[in-house]
Write a protein that binds this ligand. Structure first.
Ligand SMILES: Cc1cc2nc3c(=O)[nH]c(=O)nc-3n(C[C@H](O)[C@H](O)[C@H](O)COP(=O)(O)OP(=O)(O)OC[C@H]3O[C@@H](n4cnc5c(N)ncnc54)[C@H](O)[C@@H]3O)c2cc1C
Length: 402
């Protein structure tokens, strides 16, 4: 085993860290207060080649390994969860799904501009009456000659007003239950498509989340992703990549909590000493440190397995569950350590706490991951081979976490 990052990965981390320090942290409080997503952030990420970091060069990406994507997400969420969520959705849930399941034509048409950051991708599974229970979706797609007609509604879709392309899941045969779901690439410009953002969110306020509406949207047959009836498998395999990025981001949030708290512990004094000298405060710091190290180990091991081309459903689910829970607890403790000052936005920790909640809900709630882990451990769940797998990393870099 080799736990070292490669020089290229270290350089990437440094690049993202500098970007976050210079271009996110100074402005994020204002973006969060305004409750608006700043599109320029994605433009800047594209200029730094960060929108397709682990997409092969032949498809417009940087050709780095899967752990490089984790590094990008970890460092971005040190700045803010909204920015990391955007990359999770664009690269983790959409672009990697195109890489895994797309035809060569679909990759050329949609993946290449997405990897370059010229177009933005998103992922639309959740509906008003279907979150954890995916088979309860009601959106339908009816084949009519050379196209499908989509009708229905999605909700809680990240980048709803920003993305150019969406992977949309709809029933082509309701009678077959989850085996009757299919996946489609839908462009924002297709007539009958509209979106509307959700206001009043607890956290990720600097992000864009909302509803999509499909009113007789004509989708060309060549935009069917995978085969008819393969949508459920595609949706789940996309989550293997999305959850990986969410878990990496959670480690970044713990890092941000730790940095804020260590600074505050050394500044604030009670009973004649720095609060960091009180053992009960130290307990919270120790828990953050443990959470950070455990989360990173789980994430980078999953990335290592992805690099080898192995299935990571089980490992990624565990990493996502544990890292997000630790991040939520770290953010709660970060507010506690700041006392009353932690309760207002003079310090960033209240935003960390608000932001840390959504990742415990999205891409599989804490409860769903708990069930998955129990089922794997009990032998009730086994992953069946997929028709198309995420390609292994083709690079030749030194071992390390790659
Ligand atoms: C900020 C944000 C961004 C999002 N972005 C996207 C996106 O880009 N694309 C997308 O498709 N979706 C997105 N979502 C939606 C998200 O994936 C869903 O909210 C999530 O899957 C949970 O579904 P739900 O909210 O319908 O909760 P439900 O499934 O209704 O669950 C409600 C509660 O019941 C529990 N529960 C449900 N079933 C079980 C069970 N079998 N056993 C035990 N407990 C159970 C859940 O854990 C939860 O506590 C986003 C959500 C948020 C908050």
């Amino acid at each position: 085993m080799n736990f070292d990052f490669t020089p290229e990965q270290e350089m990437l981390r440094e690049t993202v860290r500098k970007f976050v320090d210079r271009e996110i942290i100074p402005y994020i409080k204002e973006w969060d207060e305004r409750g608006q997503f700043d599109r320029n952030v994605l433009k800047r990420l594209a200029e730094l080649n960060l929108m397709g970091v682990c997409i092969p060069e032949k498809y417009g990406g940087m050709g780095m390994d899967y752990n490089s994507l984790a590094i990008v997400c970890e460092e971005l969420e040190r700045g803010d969860t909204a920015i990391r969520t955007a990359v999770s959705v664009h690269t983790g849930l959409n672009s990697l799904t195109l890489l895994q399941w797309g035809t060569e034509e679909q990759k050329q048409k949609y993946l290449v501009p997405q990897a370059r950051g010229e177009k933005i991708g998103a992922y639309a599974l959740t509906e008003p009456n279907a979150g954890s229970d995916v088979a309860a979706i009601q959106t339908t797609a009816v084949r009519k000659g050379d196209h499908y007609v989509l009708n229905g509604q999605k909700t809680w879709i990240s980048l709803c007003d920003i993305a150019d392309h969406f992977i949309v899941f709809a029933y082509t045969d309701k009678g077959k239950k989850h085996r009757g779901i299919s996946a489609f690439i839908v462009e924002r410009t297709f007539p009958g498509f509209s979106s509307r953002s959700i206001k009043g969110k607890l956290g990720i306020r600097a992000g864009n989340t909302g509803e999509l509406f499909f009113d007789n949207v004509k989708v060309p047959a060549e935009n069917l992703l995978g085969e008819e009836g393969e949508g459920f498998k595609i949706a789940m395999s996309a989550l293997d990549n999305g959850r990986f990025t969410v878990a990496a981001g959670a480690a970044g949030l713990i890092q941000a909590c730790l940095e804020a708290c260590v600074k505050y512990c050394r500044e604030r004094k009670t009973f004649g000493k720095e609060i960091g000298r009180h053992q009960l405060v130290q307990q919270m710091i120790a828990h953050m440190e443990a959470g950070l190290q455990i989360s990173r180990l789980l994430v980078y091991r999953a990335g290592y397995l992805k690099n080898l081309g192995r299935r990571t459903t089980r490992e990624v689910s565990l990493a996502k569950w544990i890292a997000c829970d630790f991040a939520n607890k770290a953010a709660d403790d970060a507010v506690q350590i700041h006392g009353a000052y932690g309760y207002a936005n003079e310090y960033p920790v209240e935003r960390y706490l608000r932001n840390s909640k959504a990742p415990v809900i999205y891409e599989g709630t804490r409860e769903i991951h708990t069930l998955l882990q129990a089922e794997y451990a009990l032998g009730y769940r086994k992953d069946k081979p997929l028709r198309k797998t995420l390609p292994p990393w083709e690079g030749t870099g030194s071992a390390g976490t790659s």
